[in-house]
Design a protein around this ligand. Structure first.
Ligand code: FMN
Length: 205
Protein backbone atom coordinates (compact mmCIF):
# COMPACT_ATOMS: atom_id res chain seq x y z
CA UNK A 1 0.00 0.00 0.00
CA UNK A 2 1.27 3.44 -0.90
CA UNK A 3 2.51 5.50 2.08
CA UNK A 4 -0.08 8.31 1.95
CA UNK A 5 -2.84 5.78 1.38
CA UNK A 6 -1.76 4.04 4.60
CA UNK A 7 -1.89 7.36 6.47
CA UNK A 8 -5.37 8.05 5.09
CA UNK A 9 -6.65 4.52 5.70
CA UNK A 10 -5.47 4.16 9.30
CA UNK A 11 -8.49 4.42 11.54
CA UNK A 12 -9.32 3.28 15.05
CA UNK A 13 -11.42 0.11 14.97
CA UNK A 14 -12.89 -1.57 18.05
CA UNK A 15 -14.67 -4.60 16.54
CA UNK A 16 -12.66 -7.38 14.96
CA UNK A 17 -13.44 -10.54 13.02
CA UNK A 18 -12.33 -13.88 14.50
CA UNK A 19 -9.87 -14.46 11.66
CA UNK A 20 -6.47 -15.50 12.93
CA UNK A 21 -3.51 -13.31 11.98
CA UNK A 22 -0.50 -15.07 10.46
CA UNK A 23 2.49 -14.84 12.77
CA UNK A 24 4.75 -13.43 10.05
CA UNK A 25 2.40 -10.45 9.67
CA UNK A 26 2.57 -9.77 13.41
CA UNK A 27 6.36 -9.94 13.36
CA UNK A 28 6.47 -7.60 10.33
CA UNK A 29 4.30 -5.08 12.14
CA UNK A 30 6.39 -5.23 15.34
CA UNK A 31 9.58 -4.89 13.31
CA UNK A 32 8.12 -1.70 11.81
CA UNK A 33 7.62 -0.50 15.40
CA UNK A 34 11.23 -1.15 16.26
CA UNK A 35 12.35 1.07 13.36
CA UNK A 36 10.84 4.18 14.97
CA UNK A 37 13.02 7.06 16.18
CA UNK A 38 14.14 6.92 19.80
CA UNK A 39 15.50 9.68 22.06
CA UNK A 40 18.59 7.78 23.27
CA UNK A 41 19.24 5.47 20.35
CA UNK A 42 18.37 2.44 22.51
CA UNK A 43 14.75 1.62 21.65
CA UNK A 44 14.03 0.40 25.16
CA UNK A 45 10.69 -1.14 24.27
CA UNK A 46 9.27 -4.59 24.94
CA UNK A 47 6.20 -6.24 23.45
CA UNK A 48 3.85 -8.72 25.12
CA UNK A 49 1.21 -10.56 23.07
CA UNK A 50 -1.43 -11.60 25.58
CA UNK A 51 -3.14 -14.67 24.16
CA UNK A 52 -4.36 -16.23 27.42
CA UNK A 53 -8.01 -15.33 28.06
CA UNK A 54 -7.58 -15.64 31.85
CA UNK A 55 -4.86 -13.00 31.77
CA UNK A 56 -7.05 -10.78 29.62
CA UNK A 57 -9.87 -11.14 32.13
CA UNK A 58 -7.44 -10.14 34.88
CA UNK A 59 -6.48 -7.03 32.89
CA UNK A 60 -10.13 -6.04 32.46
CA UNK A 61 -10.78 -6.66 36.16
CA UNK A 62 -7.69 -4.68 37.18
CA UNK A 63 -9.00 -1.76 35.13
CA UNK A 64 -12.40 -2.09 36.78
CA UNK A 65 -14.25 -1.86 33.47
CA UNK A 66 -17.97 -2.27 34.26
CA UNK A 67 -20.03 -5.12 32.78
CA UNK A 68 -22.07 -2.65 30.73
CA UNK A 69 -22.07 1.11 30.23
CA UNK A 70 -24.86 3.37 31.51
CA UNK A 71 -25.62 5.18 28.25
CA UNK A 72 -27.87 7.79 29.84
CA UNK A 73 -25.14 8.76 32.29
CA UNK A 74 -22.54 8.80 29.49
CA UNK A 75 -24.78 11.04 27.35
CA UNK A 76 -24.99 13.44 30.26
CA UNK A 77 -21.31 13.49 31.10
CA UNK A 78 -20.33 14.21 27.49
CA UNK A 79 -23.17 16.65 26.76
CA UNK A 80 -20.81 19.66 26.58
CA UNK A 81 -18.26 18.02 24.32
CA UNK A 82 -17.58 18.69 20.67
CA UNK A 83 -20.08 16.50 18.77
CA UNK A 84 -17.48 14.28 17.03
CA UNK A 85 -15.67 13.68 20.33
CA UNK A 86 -18.98 12.91 22.06
CA UNK A 87 -19.93 10.47 19.29
CA UNK A 88 -16.55 8.75 19.70
CA UNK A 89 -16.86 8.36 23.49
CA UNK A 90 -20.43 7.08 23.26
CA UNK A 91 -19.32 4.47 20.73
CA UNK A 92 -15.99 3.62 22.38
CA UNK A 93 -16.77 3.33 26.08
CA UNK A 94 -19.23 0.43 25.81
CA UNK A 95 -16.64 -1.45 23.69
CA UNK A 96 -13.63 -1.18 26.00
CA UNK A 97 -14.21 -4.54 27.66
CA UNK A 98 -15.04 -6.55 24.54
CA UNK A 99 -12.09 -5.17 22.56
CA UNK A 100 -9.68 -6.20 25.32
CA UNK A 101 -11.21 -9.66 25.68
CA UNK A 102 -12.19 -10.56 22.14
CA UNK A 103 -9.60 -9.07 19.81
CA UNK A 104 -7.60 -11.78 18.00
CA UNK A 105 -4.41 -10.23 19.37
CA UNK A 106 -3.71 -8.04 22.37
CA UNK A 107 -0.39 -6.24 22.31
CA UNK A 108 1.03 -4.63 25.44
CA UNK A 109 3.80 -2.13 24.72
CA UNK A 110 6.23 -1.57 27.56
CA UNK A 111 8.98 1.04 27.81
CA UNK A 112 11.79 2.02 30.13
CA UNK A 113 11.13 5.48 31.56
CA UNK A 114 13.95 8.02 31.70
CA UNK A 115 12.35 9.75 34.67
CA UNK A 116 9.42 8.09 36.41
CA UNK A 117 6.15 9.59 35.26
CA UNK A 118 5.25 11.18 38.64
CA UNK A 119 8.66 12.89 38.85
CA UNK A 120 8.70 14.25 35.29
CA UNK A 121 8.80 18.04 35.22
CA UNK A 122 9.26 18.82 31.56
CA UNK A 123 8.54 17.43 28.13
CA UNK A 124 12.26 16.59 27.95
CA UNK A 125 11.82 14.23 30.92
CA UNK A 126 9.18 12.45 28.89
CA UNK A 127 11.42 11.71 25.90
CA UNK A 128 11.12 8.01 26.61
CA UNK A 129 7.33 8.25 26.38
CA UNK A 130 7.51 10.32 23.20
CA UNK A 131 9.84 7.71 21.69
CA UNK A 132 7.60 4.78 22.50
CA UNK A 133 4.71 6.66 20.88
CA UNK A 134 6.76 6.91 17.68
CA UNK A 135 7.00 3.12 17.90
CA UNK A 136 3.24 2.85 18.51
CA UNK A 137 2.41 4.99 15.48
CA UNK A 138 4.71 2.88 13.28
CA UNK A 139 2.83 -0.18 14.53
CA UNK A 140 -0.58 1.37 13.80
CA UNK A 141 0.51 2.33 10.28
CA UNK A 142 2.08 -1.10 9.66
CA UNK A 143 -1.17 -2.75 10.79
CA UNK A 144 -3.00 -0.67 8.19
CA UNK A 145 -0.48 -1.59 5.49
CA UNK A 146 -1.20 -5.25 6.30
CA UNK A 147 -4.99 -4.66 6.08
CA UNK A 148 -5.23 -5.04 9.84
CA UNK A 149 -6.53 -2.51 12.33
CA UNK A 150 -6.38 -1.73 16.01
CA UNK A 151 -7.15 0.65 18.83
CA UNK A 152 -4.85 2.21 21.41
CA UNK A 153 -5.99 1.69 24.97
CA UNK A 154 -4.14 3.42 27.79
CA UNK A 155 -4.56 1.60 31.09
CA UNK A 156 -5.38 3.57 34.21
CA UNK A 157 -4.37 0.83 36.63
CA UNK A 158 -0.95 0.12 35.14
CA UNK A 159 0.62 -1.09 38.39
CA UNK A 160 -1.98 -3.83 38.78
CA UNK A 161 -1.61 -4.88 35.14
CA UNK A 162 2.19 -4.96 35.53
CA UNK A 163 1.67 -7.45 38.36
CA UNK A 164 -0.72 -9.56 36.27
CA UNK A 165 1.79 -9.72 33.40
CA UNK A 166 4.98 -9.98 35.49
CA UNK A 167 6.35 -6.74 34.04
CA UNK A 168 9.41 -5.49 35.97
CA UNK A 169 8.52 -2.62 38.32
CA UNK A 170 10.98 -0.16 36.73
CA UNK A 171 9.22 -0.43 33.36
CA UNK A 172 5.94 1.20 32.33
CA UNK A 173 3.08 0.25 30.05
CA UNK A 174 2.73 2.80 27.23
CA UNK A 175 -0.37 1.31 25.63
CA UNK A 176 -2.37 -1.80 25.05
CA UNK A 177 -3.36 -2.41 21.44
CA UNK A 178 -6.15 -4.85 20.62
CA UNK A 179 -5.82 -5.65 16.93
CA UNK A 180 -7.06 -7.91 14.18
CA UNK A 181 -8.99 -7.84 10.93
CA UNK A 182 -11.87 -5.36 10.85
CA UNK A 183 -15.30 -6.83 11.46
CA UNK A 184 -17.36 -6.18 8.30
CA UNK A 185 -19.81 -3.77 9.96
CA UNK A 186 -17.41 -2.28 12.52
CA UNK A 187 -18.02 1.39 13.22
CA UNK A 188 -15.58 3.82 11.63
CA UNK A 189 -16.38 7.09 13.33
CA UNK A 190 -16.11 10.44 11.57
CA UNK A 191 -12.81 12.20 12.15
CA UNK A 192 -13.04 15.80 13.28
CA UNK A 193 -12.12 17.95 10.31
CA UNK A 194 -8.97 19.91 10.99
CA UNK A 195 -7.90 22.61 8.56
CA UNK A 196 -4.16 22.94 8.22
CA UNK A 197 -4.55 26.63 7.32
CA UNK A 198 -5.89 27.24 10.83
CA UNK A 199 -3.03 25.37 12.47
CA UNK A 200 -0.01 26.47 10.50
CA UNK A 201 1.99 29.47 11.69
CA UNK A 202 4.97 31.10 10.04
CA UNK A 203 7.70 32.65 12.16
CA UNK A 204 5.45 33.49 15.14
CA UNK A 205 2.05 32.46 16.51
C1 FMN B 1 -3.09 8.53 23.48
C2 FMN B 1 -4.33 7.86 22.98
C3 FMN B 1 -5.17 7.25 23.88
C4 FMN B 1 -6.32 6.60 23.44
N1 FMN B 1 -7.09 5.92 24.36
C5 FMN B 1 -8.12 5.19 23.92
C6 FMN B 1 -8.83 4.35 24.85
O1 FMN B 1 -8.48 4.25 26.02
N2 FMN B 1 -9.87 3.65 24.36
C7 FMN B 1 -10.27 3.70 23.05
O2 FMN B 1 -11.23 3.02 22.68
N3 FMN B 1 -9.62 4.49 22.16
C8 FMN B 1 -8.55 5.21 22.56
N4 FMN B 1 -7.84 5.96 21.66
C9 FMN B 1 -8.26 6.04 20.23
C10 FMN B 1 -8.90 7.37 19.93
O3 FMN B 1 -10.22 7.39 20.43
C11 FMN B 1 -8.89 7.61 18.40
O4 FMN B 1 -7.56 7.63 17.96
C12 FMN B 1 -9.56 8.94 18.07
O5 FMN B 1 -10.93 8.88 18.32
C13 FMN B 1 -9.34 9.34 16.62
O6 FMN B 1 -9.87 8.38 15.73
P1 FMN B 1 -8.96 7.73 14.58
O7 FMN B 1 -7.81 7.00 15.28
O8 FMN B 1 -9.86 6.77 13.85
O9 FMN B 1 -8.45 8.83 13.73
C14 FMN B 1 -6.67 6.62 22.07
C15 FMN B 1 -5.82 7.26 21.16
C16 FMN B 1 -4.66 7.85 21.59
C17 FMN B 1 -3.74 8.49 20.58
Amino acid sequence: MEFYEVIKKRRTIRNFSDEKIPEEKILKVLNAGIKAPTYNHLREWEFILVKDIDLRIKIVNAEGIPESADMEQLEQSFSNLDSTAKQMYLDAIPKQKSMLLKSPELLVIVFKPKTIVEKSKSVYDLNCLSSVWCCIENILLALTAENLCGVTYIPQKSEKIKEVLNIPRQLEIAAIIPFGYKLKDAAVLPQKKILLEEKLHFNKW
